[in-house]
Write a protein that binds this ligand. Structure first.
Ligand code: UFG
Length: 324
């Protein structure tokens, strides 16, 4: 198929672009390069530098490349930033998303796989979180992702859109070509590994949560497992198989606390990794662990790299291969 990946030069988007290409799809990466890196997708497909808010370039790309399906990754995705700048999140996540839906409708592109988030659930009432649990976002990031998710059934009904939303828990790890390169970096695993390499210090955001060791627990999922779920979702849509509107993507189990991640990184790297206890970060739920039975059952997807050590190892290898 000819697939457009919006935000395809970003950390997760690039892994998806490569995975689609490996499965024989023709890939067009549509990215404004505000956060993405052109070099991470060189060879995966054609890179079109464009913004979703630029409707003309968007429609021209869909039409001239005869795109058949879209994986929509482009978004602003930092919880804290979203609270400080909701305007940016409504614009980049809702307004730009609606531009995409409108362009797809005009050009009769029917299939859409959407990058969503555990942040749609807000502060969960129970663990692990199921797709049918209440969605009550506690920040504009989750709110804007949910807003777009909620538009899809209406577009499906009126215009025949076929859609799947994938709600990611904590994406982590690296492939040989692609790893996390955010600026500034806010995610735990790259921060911890960077501290291992540079001798810097990690601040743990709170150790007074109601968890076994007091630090927050998260469900880390390897970025390649995430990418494979997108391919499975796209296959199901294009084969007109019944799909649920949304699937959680995590590894489940008990998740890992911040302290466990630091401990595993020390064991892997053999470096001491200095830690300082800091106050809680606003908006952090104590525990976020996915029930991902639905996607396992319906799309026959399973994580292959769910072991924390494997995730850390891949990220460490990628980091160590880069110049300091
Ligand atoms: N943490 C630290 N110190 C750091 C960085 C993070 O203690 O320097 C802690 C956080 O407080 C959190 C855990 O490590 O408890 C993981 O934090 P990340 O920033 O790596 O990831 P989040 O769980 O905050 O965010 C992820 C995704 C978001 C998504 C969210 C769902 O990155 O896109 O899960 O709530 F919205």
């Amino acid at each position: 198929m000819r697939v457009m990946v919006t935000g395809g030069a970003g950390y997760i988007g690039a892994v998806i672009a490569w995975e689609l290409a490996a499965r024989g799809h023709d890939v067009v990466i549509y990215d404004n390069l505000s956060k993405g890196h052109a070099d991470s997708v060189a060879g995966a497909g054609e890179l079109v530098k464009g913004d979703l808010l630029d409707g003309e370039t968007l429609r021209r790309t869909l039409s001239s490349r005869r795109i058949e399906a879209v994986v929509h990754m482009a978004a602003s995705s930092l919880v804290g930033e979203s609270v400080a700048q909701p305007d940016r999140y409504y614009r980049n996540n809702v307004e730009a998303g609606l531009q995409l839906l409108s362009a797809m409708r005009v050009l009769a592109v029917r299939d859409l796989v959407f990058s969503s988030t555990a942040a749609v659930y807000g502060e969960p009432a129970k663990q692990p979180i199921e797709e049918s649990d209440p969605t009550i976002p506690t920040n504009p990031y989750g709110e804007t992702k949910l807003a777009l998710e909620r538009a899809f059934p209406w577009y499906a009904r009126a215009y025949g859109l076929r859609h799947v939303s994938l709600r990611y828990f904590n994406a982590a790890g690296a492939t040989e070509r692609c790893g996390e390169r955010h600026d500034p970096e806010t995610h735990l695993i790259p921060i911890v590994l960077d501290a291992a390499r540079s001798g810097g210090e990690v601040t743990v955001f709170g150790d007074d949560y109601a968890t076994p060791d007091g630090t927050c627990v998260r469900d880390y999922i390897h970025v390649l497992d995430l990418a494979r779920a997108h391919v499975a979702a796209l296959d199901a849509l294009s084969q007109d198989r019944a799909v649920a509107p949304a699937y959680n993507l995590g590894c489940g189990g008990n998740g890992y606390s911040v302290t466990e991640v630091v401990g595993a990184a020390r064991a892997l790297t053999g470096r001491p990794i200095r830690v300082r206890m800091g106050p809680r970060r606003a908006g952090d739920p104590a525990v976020l662990v996915a029930a991902s039975d639905r996607i396992r059952r319906e799309l026959d997807w399973r994580p292959q790299l769910q072991d924390l050590r494997m995730i850390l190892e891949s990220a460490w290898r990628w980091l160590e291969a880069r110049p300091r």
